[in-house]
Every structure is written in C-alpha cells, then in structure tokens.
Design a protein around this ligand. Structure first.
Ligand SMILES: Nc1ncnc2c1ncn2[C@@H]1O[C@H](COP(=O)(O)OP(=O)(O)OP(=O)(O)O)[C@@H](O)[C@H]1O
Ligand SMILES: Nc1ccn([C@H]2C[C@H](O)[C@@H](COP(=O)(O)O)O2)c(=O)n1
Ligand SMILES: [Mg+2]
Length: 209
C-alpha cells in the first residue's frame, strides 16, 4: 500500500486556527470509460474516499426522496440533474465521511455543476483525472456491464454520449486550459490504465514531500 497523497492545502500562511480544506480530485471521462473501476483501485492504494455522483443520485431515487422521480426521469433521458441537487448530495457525503481526501467521479458534468460546487463548497480540485476512451469501446463496456442500470440501454447510452460531448468535454477543456488535467489513455486493460493512474498520484506525492 502506498502512502497518502496530500495534494492541496488551503491553510493560511500564518497557520492560525485555519481549517484545512479537503483535497478533491475530479474523475472525468465518458460513460463506461472506467471511472468507477479505477477509483476503486485509487481508494485501495492512496487512502481517498470515492463518491460517484451517479451513485449518489441513484441512492436518492432508491430512498424514495421527493426528488427521486425527477432524477429518475432525467437519468433515463441521459440528462444532467440540476446542480443544486447533486452538489447538496456531494457536500453531505463529504461532511459525513470523516476523510479529507475525495475522488469525485462523474462530476462536474457541465459548467453549471463546476460553478455550483465551487460556490457552495469553496473548494477547487487539486487536479482532474480524465479517462480518454473511444466511443465504440465505451459502448461495448457498458453493454457488457450487467449491473442492472436502467440507463444502460442503447437508446439512453447514445443520449449520454451526446451530452458528454456537448456539456462535459468543455469542462475538461476548461480544466486543461488552467493546467489541471492528467489525461489517461483508458482504452487499455484495467491494470495498464491503473499503472498510469498510479504514476500520477505517486508523482504528486513526491512533489508534496
Ligand atoms: N480498462 C478496461 N478494460 C475493459 N473493461 C473495463 C475497463 N475498465 C472498466 N471496464 C469495465 O467496463 C464497464 C464500465 O466501467 P465503469 O463502470 O468503471 O465505468 P464508468 O466510467 O464508471 O461508467 P459510468 O459513467 O457509466 O458510470 C464495467 O463493466 C467495467 O468492469
Ligand atoms: N454530475 C452528474 C453525474 C451524473 N448525473 C446523472 C446523469 C448520468 O447520465 C447519470 C449516470 O451517471 P454515471 O453513473 O454514469 O456517472 O447520472 C448527473 O445528472 N449529474
Ligand atoms: Mg461509474
């Protein structure tokens, strides 16, 4: 097991009673690119807590909350749920976790998500992992996933790809423009992808020492 990654700190220079802000890494990539799979490995090796925005939203549907029906119908159309809902779920999950290092998977999905998270939490990501994978490979993976997700059908998958290109890629491009993206070739076998991911976290660990 590797040591923890302490990638960002917002402690004030004078060190007076300043509260350290959590370290957040956004994990982005198209539907089926392998975000959840790689996050499980990162958790094991680097001590992060993993939150998938999609999983939190599915949990909200299952809990029978008042937003459940709206979330379900948006997800079945491959649409992005209003940021207010998703940011609240992420903030609550982080507060309750007891950890200070988070992988946030599948978020921000659009510029509204990005701005709302920054405004509500005051947190900017330490960096962004972007899993780059061709659409045909992502489609193949999703169709073989068998996790019983309502949105893993070809009609919704195509809608999700369209939303990814139109709304999510521009967010990756924004973070690229400010030098925060580590792009990973995600079309390779799981272990090979993780070697590249590990190199990113290890090099950040070393820089921090
Ligand atoms: N590198 C890989 N090579 C082959 N299959 C993979 C690879 N990574 C993940 N998979 C498989 O592809 C499917 C999708 O992976 P995963 O659920 O991690 O993707 P995701 O990016 O989280 O997708 P989504 O955005 O839909 O939640 C899973 O069945 C997983 O086992
Ligand atoms: N920030 C987010 C993340 C996810 N959703 C919705 C829309 C997605 O199609 C669906 C599934 O997400 P995944 O598990 O594939 O990451 O959840 C959203 O509206 N906003
Ligand atoms: Mg996922």
């Amino acid at each position: 097991m590797e040591t923890d990654v302490g990638v960002s700190t917002s402690e004030e220079a004078n060190g007076s009673a300043a509260k350290k802000k959590p370290t957040v890494v956004f994990v982005l990539g198209g539907p089926g690119s392998g975000k959840g799979t790689q996050c499980a490995y990162i958790v094991e090796h680097f001590g992060f807590t993993h939150f998938s925005a999609g999983d939190l939203l599915r949990g909200e549907i299952d809990s029978g909350s008042e937003n459940g029906l709206m979330i379900k119908s948006m997800m079945n159309e491959g649409k992005i749920v209003p940021s207010e809902v998703t940011v609240k779920l992420l903030q609550k999950a982080m507060e309750e976790s007891g950890n200070e290092k988070f992988l946030i998977d599948g978020f921000p999905r659009n510029d509204e998500n990005r701005a709302a998270f920054a405004a509500v939490t005051g947190i900017e990501p330490a960096f962004v992992l972007f899993f780059d994978c061709p659409e045909e490979e992502m489609e193949r993976r999703i169709l073989n996933r068998n996790q019983g997700r309502d949105d893993d059908n070809i009609e919704t998958i195509r809608k999700r790809f369209k939303v990814f290109l139109q709304s999510s890629l521009p967010v990756v491009q924004y973070y690229e423009s400010i030098g925060k993206v580590h792009k990973i070739d995600a079309a390779r076998p799981v272990e090979e992808v993780f070697e590249s991911v590990k190199a990113v976290f290890t090099s950040i660990n070393e820089k921090d020492d």
